[in-house]
Design a protein around this ligand. Structure first.
Ligand code: B4P
Length: 193
């Protein structure tokens, strides 16, 4: 089994690159952003609660997100591995993920951090907001999301750096070139299928 965390600020391309990675390496994609948006669109109690935070550019409480991830991992016990996209976003989430994987006798093998300058992040997300209708892709909310990232999520990089799992990749090249750079790191662990 090979488990990868794709890490980076909002708009750095985690979702975009995850799609390519899971197809190329036959891995299972777990995006907490997608899972939460699905709950919101189905008007579930969890979605109604999560929307309050997402619309303000804030992180959804840890216990909500960790519960979602745990049941998602259990759905595909035979997966070749997982790409965690947008998770963990806090140290508490990172520790919970380690425990969940340890229980399944596996671990996080690699954390790839996408590095993109802030003006480019804002440009990408504002441009996506013009067509996606995502309520968190307005300039005001994007600025809050980036602040929340620096405050709560960026410290998670140190957690993984400490265990020698963190590699940083420049994420402001084209989607194809960024994917090539990510693949170079992943190929050290598994090869495309
Ligand atoms: P997410 O859905 O995870 O999304 P994201 O941070 O906006 O984007 P991502 O980095 O995936 O960028 P993308 O590829 O889409 O989070 C949304 C919200 O959900 C959070 O703010 C939070 O409230 C909540 N949430 C999610 N996970 C949580 C957790 N674990 N704990 C608590 N709360 C959580 O790319 C963005 C745009 O850039 C796209 O339009 C794309 O086409 C473009 N793009 C990508 N790569 C490009 C490139 N190389 N060049 C040019 N454009 C590019």
């Amino acid at each position: 089994m090979f488990n990868l965390v794709l890490f980076g600020p909002p708009g750095s391309g985690k979702g975009t690159q995850s799609e390519n990675i899971v197809t190329t390496y036959n891995l299972h994609h777990i995006s907490t952003g997608d899972l939460l948006r699905d709950e919101v669109s189905r008007h579930t109690p969890l979605g109604t609660e999560a929307k309050k935070y997402m619309d303000q550019g804030m992180l959804v409480p840890d216990e909500v997100v960790i519960g979602m991830i745990s049941s998602k991992i259990d759905e595909t016990p035979d997966a070749r591995g997982f790409v965690f996209d947008g998770f963990p976003r806090t140290r508490t989430q990172a520790e919970a993920l380690d425990k969940l994987l340890e229980f399944k006798q596996t671990k996080i093998h690699l954390v790839l951090s996408l590095d993109v300058p802030e003006p480019e992040l804002i440009k990408r997300l504002v441009s996506r907001g013009e067509t996606s209708g995502r309520s968190d892709d307005t300039e005001e909310v994007i600025t809050k999301r980036i602040k929340e990232y620096h405050l709560k999520t960026q410290p998670v990089a140190n957690y993984y750096f400490g265990s020698g799992k963190l590699e940083t990749v420049t994420g402001n090249h084209t989607v194809t070139d960024t994917f090539k750079a990510l693949s170079k790191q992943i190929n050290k662990y598994i090869l495309p299928i």
